[in-house]
Design a protein around this ligand. Structure first.
Ligand code: ZN
Length: 243
């Protein structure tokens, strides 16, 4: 079984479609780690496309914000504007789709969470210290998270909880065997690691082999739509810089 592991599509249809085309034929099932909507111009189109694929999808903080499950004062002004635009734009059917998403999932050797196993909606695992605090919060060998929009691996080194960060190597399948890892596939629709290309991964479940991938997508297509919808300029320009 091969899994297309994606996260943080953020209503960016051009990025989502490009990832699907790039990964065509390489996967049997999709794990989507949340934040399907928020920031971007295509919330319904991204939900509709995801629903056509065999998939499991988690809820992210932006999905919850679109459902009014979060206090939007915790978002900055630009994100807040995008939240209310998303709320106004989502169809009743796609609102119901987001409402039904779970916050965590465990499948065999893998735990899935949007943000972290300790705080599935909120916590940002940005460094080895925060990663170390999260290893006791899942029982499987591996955990996949999104939320930071930064592709990275955290590896537990010893029983004391020491943890290291490993930068991904792209297009090189990697054996995960024998280690406890927290893996982040990066973001499809709003990468923040100074690389504007869409980020995703392919997991071979039984073999525990994971391959990181990046692929350029037509950013201008998404930006043009955002301008037509009068979305905040800062959210439009950040896509071309990858932050
Ligand atoms: Zn996100």
């Amino acid at each position: 079984m091969r899994i297309l592991v994606i996260s943080d599509i953020h209503a960016n249809l051009a990025a989502f479609e490009t990832v699907l085309k790039d990964a065509e034929g390489d996967w049997d099932y999709v794990w989507c780690l949340g934040d399907v909507v928020g920031y971007g111009p295509d919330p319904n189109e991204c939900c509709d496309l995801l629903k056509t694929l065999p998939h499991l999808c988690l809820a992210g903080n932006h999905d919850w914000a679109a459902l009014d499950r979060l206090d939007s004062r915790t978002f900055n002004a630009d994100a807040r504007r995008a939240v209310s635009w998303t709320q106004d734009t989502l169809t009743a059917e796609n609102t119901a789709f987001l409402q039904a998403l779970p916050t965590t999932f465990v499948l065999g050797k893998y735990t899935l969470a949007h943000a972290s196993p300790r705080e599935p909606i909120w916590e940002y695992i940005l460094d080895p210290l925060i990663a170390a605090l999260n290893f006791p919060h899942f029982e499987t060998q591996y955990c996949f998270v999104g939320h930071t929009h930064t592709p990275i691996i955290f590896r537990l080194l010893d029983d004391r909880g020491d943890t290291e960060a490993i930068q991904p190597v792209y297009r090189e399948p990697q054996h995960l065997n024998g280690q406890r890892l927290i893996l982040n596939p990066g973001s499809v629709g709003q990468p923040r690691d100074s690389n504007k290309d869409a980020s995703y991964g392919i997991l071979h479940v039984q073999e525990a082999i994971f391959e990181y991938r990046r692929v350029p997508y037509p950013i201008k297509t998404t930006q043009d739509k955002m301008r037509r919808f009068d979305m905040p300029e800062r959210l439009i320009t950040r896509l071309e810089h990858g932050w």
